[in-house]
Ligand binder design. Structure first.
Ligand code: NAD
Ligand code: UDP
Length: 332
């Protein structure tokens, strides 16, 4: 059954420019909401709470400039709001075990949801951001990955609902620009971590930290020689805002990620060292189509946005561990 249209009634500070953040109760989205409020936007957070959590935005619920709307972007967004100047599309589970729970809904979110959010930008004339992903490169043979690498995605494997959905969304963003003159900005985000990741999320950084803090086995999938390049969330949000502030929309998607590359074994060892945990490392089967290597080429972000990450993995992990210590103790 179709959901009723969202009615948004501006509250006190009607004069402020408004930003819509889909997926705003999630890990990255809630950090972005904080940043937008600090910059003076009214924020309308749209989320179906599939992987997002009210606790991520609890501190914002009493803020007159913040509105939360529980809504699935697979249904059209009929926001009746004046002053929407920015739209950020972050809706969509990012963790493989989460997006594989209901792959068809993931595909709908990443494709139909993206088109619905684009329609909102078209109606309001707002500039729109798309959270695309390094997963568009699949299991890459070119290393590190520049934006002009077309990638190697298995279009019928268990990751395809996410990867191909995000690829189709990029198409939609560039066609809305060409056909409807919508000001679209697409970032390909590489593995990002930090406070407000859910302990149940299933991604490697949150899994390892939670396992280490609980004294449980650290689960390395495969032999752990596969690599990822981990970006702290504050660096990512800075990159997103620079991309949105650029005078001209870039002619291609832009990689946003930290080019320092680590094996999964190295990550496990660092988490054990920083937590002082005595957890054992155990090995589990490598999931199908798990990329062997991943590292962004960020030349474009450096040149166009004058952006590069500032937070080293060790420092970002310390801040993330503090978050999980508080969360597991019931304080976050
Ligand atoms: P997350 O799972 O914490 O956040 C996703 C949010 O989207 C959640 O709050 C979830 O409830 C919401 N959502 C999911 N489906 C929805 C739907 N149909 N309608 C409305 N809301 C929906 O993940 P995240 O790490 O914060 O990722 C945010 C975005 O960034 C995602 O689009 C993801 O694909 C993209 N991204 C993230 C990373 C990363 O490493 N964190 C990397 C590449 C891309
Ligand atoms: N991984 C792991 N143990 C875990 C979770 C993940 O070894 O408990 C591995 C996973 O197989 C992959 C890497 O860590 O090689 C990153 O996984 P994540 O799900 O965080 O992100 P993605 O695969 O989407 O990059």
């Amino acid at each position: 059954m179709a959901m009723p249209p969202i009615k948004f009634t501006p509250r006190r500070h009607e004069g402020l420019p408004a930003a819509v953040v889909t997926g705003g109760a999630g890990f990255v989205g809630s950090n972005l909401c904080d940043r937008l409020l600090a910059e003076g936007y009214r924020v309308i957070c749209v989320d179906n709470l599939q992987t997002g959590r009210k606790s991520n935005i609890r501190h914002l619920l009493g803020n007159a400039d913040f509105t939360f709307m529980e809504h699935d972007v697979v249904e059209p967004l009929k926001l009746q709001a004046r002053g929407i100047v920015r739209v950020y599309n972050l809706a969509g589970a990012a963790s493989p075990p989460m997006y594989q729970r209901d792959p068809i809904h993931t595909l709908r979110t990443n494709v139909i949801g993206a088109i619905n959010v684009l329609d909102l930008a078209k109606q309001t004339g707002a500039r729109i951001f798309q959270a695309s992903t390094s997963e568009v490169y699949g299991d890459p043979e070119v290393h590190p990955q520049p934006e002009n690498y077309s990638g190697r995605v298995n279009c019928y494997g268990p990751r395809a609902c996410y990867d191909e959905g995000k690829r189709a969304a990029e198409t939609a963003f560039f066609e809305y620009r060409r056909q409807h003159d919508v000001d679209t900005r697409v970032a390909r985000i590489f593995n990002t971590y930090g406070p407000r990741m859910s302990p149940e999320d299933g991604r490697v950084v949150s899994n390892f930290i939670v396992q280490a803090l609980k004294g449980e086995d650290i689960t390395i999938y495969g032999d752990g020689s596969q690599t990822r390049s981990f970006c702290f969330v504050d660096d990512l949000v800075e990159g997103i805002q620079r991309l949105m502030a650029a005078d001209e929309p870039p002619t291609t998607p832009v990689n946003l990620g930290n080019p320092c590359e680590f094996t999964v074994v190295e990550l496990a060892q660092l988490v054990l060292e920083l937590t002082g945990s005595r957890s054992r490392i155990v090995h589990r089967p490598l999931p199908q189509d798990d990329p062997r290597q991943r590292r962004p080429n960020i030349t474009k972000a450096r040149e166009l946005l004058h952006w590069q990450p500032a937070i080293a993995l060790r420092d970002g992990l310390i801040r993330t561990i503090e978050h999980f210590v508080a969360e597991l103790a019931g304080y976050a």
